[in-house]
Design a protein around this ligand. Sequence first.
Ligand SMILES: Nc1nc(=O)c2c([nH]1)NC[C@@H]1CN(c3ccc(C(=O)N[C@@H](CCC(=O)O)C(=O)O)cc3)CN21
Ligand SMILES: O=c1ccn([C@H]2C[C@H](O)[C@@H](COP(=O)(O)O)O2)c(=O)[nH]1
Length: 324
Amino acid sequence: MQQYQDLIKTVLDTGSWQDNRTGIRTLSVPGAMMRFDLLNDGFPAVTTKKLAFKSVVGELCAFLRASRSAADFRALGCKVWDQNANENQQWLDNPYRLGEDDLGPVYGVQWRGWPGYKLIPADQTAQIEDAQRNGFRVVAPLQDEGVAKVLLYKAIDQLRECLDTIVNNPGSRRILFHGWNPADLDAVALPACHLLYQFIPNAAAREISLCLYVRSNDIGLGTPFNLAEGAALLHLVGRLTGYTPRWFTYFVGDAHIYENHLDMVKEQLTRTPFPAPKLVISDRVPAFAQTGQYQPEWLELIEPSDFALEGYQHHAPITAPMAV
Ligand SMILES: Nc1nc(=O)c2c([nH]1)NC[C@@H]1CN(c3ccc(C(=O)N[C@@H](CCC(=O)O)C(=O)O)cc3)CN21
Ligand SMILES: O=c1ccn([C@H]2C[C@H](O)[C@@H](COP(=O)(O)O)O2)c(=O)[nH]1
């Protein structure tokens, strides 16, 4: 994967030193982009070190199940959330933390159950009825600054709505889900880094593409994970909706290399990337294109063992400490 080498080079050549909350400074570049042709170039697994693929797909499955406990991530084979859940003093002191291993309403909770509220004047019955038809339920009548209102609530399954739209209205340019919930930023171990996922189906070609925006990206540890995870999600969505994964475009806001990761990334630059592997999703995950049956419940049924990399050649493992 040449794109990852190029990103490392760009940051080493043009980055500037920045301080941040972790106490480990970074070499940072404001804004970077990589694009992958998944159909013709294969799966974007980093090859200049060993990608912890089992951990990546474990994390993805935990997100798909709306997990908020590092214990659930561990049970699916992913340990990378332990430190954020249990070793950051600010989070340990946060009143929203529900005890050992809790992360708060992170990624999957927002993807699958974004807390949606409406506060509607009690006399707007047409609005209230419309909201109820859309799945909102009345929580309580209340007085708001002297006006009688009704509070309604719905947990919004943004990801499921994306799949529904891909199947029913693929020309839509509004097929996206968001992980950044401003009302919950004070209640999470870490505000979402990969936060905006937009699916772009091409109904004529039966191809689907993904644009992903990552606000802050740890190029040494986070980027390989986030790339593999975004691409695996696109493959899964394609399988369940009848589309072939095509372009995966990856945008980064603050693209940075931690000072204690410099040896790791420089070592990777001395290594020649291998050809990309292929992602295989197990046959038991039904292909809409073959069955003609829409089965979005597989978003929750999928297991880490349903994902495999075929022909994954990689250089020797290297790792470095994660900044907490
Ligand atoms: N500083 C920081 N960087 C991150 O990339 C990051 C966080 N924090 N916090 C939350 C998640 C967790 N993610 C992580 C955290 C650690 C690894 C990591 O240590 N990876 C090792 C092996 C992991 C394994 O075997 O499971 C690696 O060498 O890739 C990867 C992604 C991405 N995120
Ligand atoms: O999926 C992820 C999650 C986290 N990161 C990195 C990016 C930053 O280095 C830290 C988060 O710190 P902030 O101060 O909140 O930006 O974790 C990642 O790359 N990918």
